[in-house]
Write a protein that binds this ligand. Structure first.
Ligand code: DAH
Length: 340
């Protein structure tokens, strides 16, 4: 028996013991590395094979092959006992054919998306965007808009007052005043933004919601201009199938005043909780700017006239995306937001 065969026999005896004791994957893998791995015993022995005398070569080769096979059997047996299979170690390698993991990216909130869309539509009609503060004074929010001192909207039940007398704006209409105070006519603006009211939240009301205000002042502006701009807006946002409805109404800052409805997209006009069974959703208040408002900002009502409108952005979003309840827009549940 030559030195190589002796080494193989010693290795086999040792490997039997180690394999019997190896219960975890790491120990089994170490066994493989020590005997069959690139720097393990058997590859080393195969290099020594060259120095074996010719007459011993056959026997040594047979012992070498039998030894290597036996080691593999010991490894397989240990794997089986430990509950892992050869296939396990294969699946642990990354599978390059799997599709990549998509990184979640955020996107604009549906309210912002609809507001942006409204602005884009009005921009195409020549309106520019104006902005105003959310913390307003009573003058801009009520007085200059011709709101009587005893108007219910001024009540603390409806309006959030700060101790210093300022308020959270209840509408985007004060932006009209701010724009006219600082610009000579003609003006043509839209002002999207957040407004605040002490409403009890339900499917179509929130304490804090969004409006987009529009104002156009020029010479000889008429109600027909108002109707056409609102019709164009409805068509651009919801397609030519949308039905619109104007109803006479009252606002302190417009005369005449109207409320403006879109047919309900949730139920197609049949009646559902969103439209409170009426088939229509109130979208906008609008009208011809009251001469008193023009005088408050120093515009001559004999020369200038105009229209104004204000719409609820949440209502538009609900119609656009068929959202049955306004409150989904504020809960920030990602399962809801992901859908947009
Ligand atoms: N500010 C009104 C509201 O909050 C909406 C509105 C009505 C705006 C008529 C207007 C308008 O500009 O002309 O209900």
């Amino acid at each position: 028996m030559n030195a190589i065969i002796e080494k193989i026999n010693r290795a086999l005896a040792e490997a039997e013991t180690r394999a019997a004791a190896a219960t975890d994957k790491a120990a089994i893998e170490q066994l493989r590395i020590d005997y069959l791995g690139r720097n393990g015993l058997f590859p080393a022995l195969s290099k020594e094979m060259g120095s074996v005398p010719a007459e011993e070569r056959k026997e040594t080769g047979r012992a070498f092959n039998a030894g290597r096979t036996r080691i593999q059997e010991l490894i397989d047996g240990a794997m089986e006992r430990s509950g892992s299979t050869a296939a396990d170690s294969v699946t642990e390698r990354p599978d390059l054919t799997l599709p990549g993991r998509r990184r979640m990216t955020g996107h604009k909130h549906p309210i912002t998306m609809v507001a942006d869309e409204c602005v884009a539509v009005f921009r195409r009609m020549g309106f520019i965007v104006a902005d105003g503060p959310e913390i307003e004074d009573v003058f801009h929010n009520f007085d200059a808009l011709n709101t009587p001192q005893d108007h219910p909207s001024r009540d603390e039940q409806d309006t959030f007052y700060f101790p210093d007398g300022r308020i959270l704006r209840t509408q985007t209409s004060p932006v009209q005043i701010r724009v006219m105070e600082s610009h000579e006519p003609p003006v043509r603006i839209v002002a999207p933004g957040r407004v605040f009211r002490r409403d009890t939240p339900d499917a179509t009301h929130g304490m804090n919601f969004h409006q987009i205000e529009g104002l156009y002042i020029d010479r000889n502006v008429s109600m027909a201009d108002l109707k056409s701009v609102l019709q164009t807006f409805a068509t651009e946002m919801f397609g030519s199938g949308v039905k619109i409805r104007l109803r006479p109404h009252f606002f302190p800052f417009t005369e005449p005043s109207v409320e403006y409805d879109f047919s309900c997209h949730m139920c197609g006009g049949k009646g559902c909780p969103v439209c409170k069974n009426s088939g229509y959703i109130e979208i906008a208040g609008a009208g011809m700017v009251d001469p008193a408002v023009l005088r408050n900002v120093g515009y001559d009502p004999e020369v200038w006239s105009g229209y104004a409108f204000g719409m609820g952005i949440e209502r538009l979003a609900m119609l656009r995306y068929r959202i049955p309840d306004l409150r989904y827009l504020y809960e920030n549940d990602v399962r809801f937001l992901e859908q947009f």
